[in-house]
Design a protein around this ligand. Structure first.
Ligand code: UN1
Length: 496
């Protein structure tokens, strides 16, 4: 029996359509190597059409009352809940992470839909007293226009929703370019948006490469905002290019997140948090823990507890509910991870476990890498400074809490940090002194919730935040309105 592989299309102006040049690319299951589908390999002409349709739809969408826009997002939340299992399975097949995690990914989208549905009845601006009589002043949120969302493969549903839902509730329209490794999840998400009643042209989807589709979006004069999540290298390129036309750019990039374990920590608890945040999602989260900063008093004891747990992690196809760790997304990531392992060995770190592709039943046709642990890592080593984005954890021993803080803060990134301590004074100091966008006390580095700002310091981003109310700032322009009802000319700063 031969099964035909489906060919998927772009979504532009409310219509599904092939790429204008007719080209396609294949997408593969990272656990099996099987072809999952063919997707449009789009060009500038497709981007032009999508932006034109978004630009046209903007004129009416911005006038739809925000509570109505919110209502559509509420329906999106309901539909995502109804299709949660189906979406999770599509996602596991194309991205690799285990089902309980892809269900969580969809759940983040559901949470964001309901949260932003509520924003439809808030979208708070503010009023303040003004200095002259019979005059008022207020600040309102206006939509910005066409928003290009360029999204990564590690959270194929959640991250597009973090960008699209606040943008939509605020009255913007969208062109979404999903990662080429996970287009089908995005496609299903867009189908659901359409089913929920989003008008034509409000959301458009264009599949294809960063070089063509991404580049065309960055340079398109009618794109007002670019919201990008991905590698630091690509993010920097987006910022540099978009600066030419003074586009607003929100960047969400790398992490080199650390769990700090102090001598007074609950070690059992720490082991659970470290395992989950270092090897969950096969280490492919920007919030993943890739450094373990341990005070010397508990260093050996912690590693004794951690090591067998790492070695017990079951690798395999994420569709199998018994599996803990799925494959790495693609062959080039696999090579990159292994190259870093060799770099670590070359730098003099001690490889404790892993450090090689995984072999065994069910693992030969996929991109599987063994959960890896290095010890004797010094803070300045490349494996302790650069984002690897895989299941590789580097242990750095420190003498004091002060040293732990210093080591935590001395990387090019500042997304997420965690500290295990039973001492409230240490926890308070960590809150004050760790330069990070997100801090967890007695929990691992992953697990941000959508109602609070998400993003980081230093090279992790460019000062913007996603999610929560802060997420609205990227997609709204402050407009200030003064009304003078005195019936005469009143001069501010002069007549006051
Ligand atoms: C990401 O890795 O890009 O906090 C997002 C977390 C998830 C989101 C991760 N809620 O780990």
């Amino acid at each position: 029996m031969t099964t035909t592989v489906q060919t998927f299309q772009n979504f532009i102006g409310g219509k599904w359509q092939a790429a204008r040049e007719g080209r396609t690319f294949a997408n593969y299951n990272p656990a099996t190597g099987e072809v999952l589908g063919y997707f449009p390999l789009s060009s500038t002409a497709d981007v032009d059409a999508a932006v034109a349709s978004a630009r046209q739809a903007f004129e009416s969408w911005r006038l739809v009352p925000a509570p109505k826009r919110g209502q559509i997002l509420f329906r999106v939340g309901e539909l995502l809940s109804r299709h949660k299992e189906e979406l999770a399975r599509i996602m596991t097949r194309e991205m690799g992470k285990v089902l309980k995690e892809t269900r969580g990914d969809v759940q983040e989208g559901i949470d964001m839909a309901y949260y932003m549905a509520g924003e439809g009845r808030r979208l708070f601006g503010y009023t303040v007293p003004v200095e002259l009589p019979n005059k008022s002043g207020m600040a309102l949120r206006d939509p910005v226009g066409v928003v290009a969302c360029i999204t990564p493969w590690n959270f194929p549903i959640a991250i597009p929703t973090w960008k699209m839902f606040p943008a939509l509730v605020a009255g913007n329209t969208i062109v979404l370019k999903p990662a080429s490794d996970t287009p089908q999840s995005a496609l299903r998400l867009v189908e659901i948006l359409q089913e929920a009643g989003l008008p034509e042209g409000v959301v458009n989807l264009v599949c294809g490469s960063g070089q063509e589709v991404g580049e065309a979006l960055i340079h398109h004069p009618a794109v007002a905002v670019i919201s990008f999540t991905g590698s630091t290298e690509s993010g920097r390129h987006v910022a540099v290019e978009a600066a030419q036309s003074l586009k607003r750019v929100s960047l969400e990039m790398g992490g080199k997140n650390a769990v700090i374990v102090l001598d007074d920590a609950d070690l059992e608890l720490a082991v659970e948090g470290i395992l989950w945040s270092a090897y969950g999602t096969t280490g492919q989260r920007c919030t993943a823990c890739s450094r373990l900063i341990v005070q010397r008093g508990v260093h050996d004891h912690l590693l004794e507890k951690l090591l067998p747990r790492i070695e017990q992690l079951r690798l395999g196809d994420g569709l199998d509910e018994q599996v803990d760790v799925g494959p790495v997304i693609n062959a080039s990531q696999l090579e990159k991870i292994h190259a870093y392992v060799e770099i670590g060995q070359g730098e003099g770190a001690t490889l404790v476990t892993g450090g090689a592709c995984a072999e065994g039943e069910g693992l030969t046709s996929g991109n599987f890498y063994r959960p890896t642990l290095f010890k004797d890592v010094r803070p300045e080593m490349r494996i302790a400074q650069e984002e690897i984005f895989g299941p590789v954890l580097s242990v750095i021993a420190v003498d004091t809490f002060d040293e732990a803080i210093k080591v935590n803060n001395q990387t090019p990134f500042g997304l997420s940090s965690a500290i295990y301590t039973q001492n409230i004074n240490n926890a308070q100091r960590a809150m004050r002194d760790l330069t990070t966008g997100i801090l967890y006390i007695n929990s691992g580095t992953t697990g941000a919730e959508i109602q609070l700002p998400f993003g980081g310091t230093r090279g992790t981003g460019n000062g913007h935040r996603e999610a929560g109310i802060a997420g609205l700032d990227v997609f709204t322009e402050w407009k200030v309105v003064y009304t003078d009802y005195s019936g005469k000319l009143q001069k501010a700063q002069i007549d006051s």
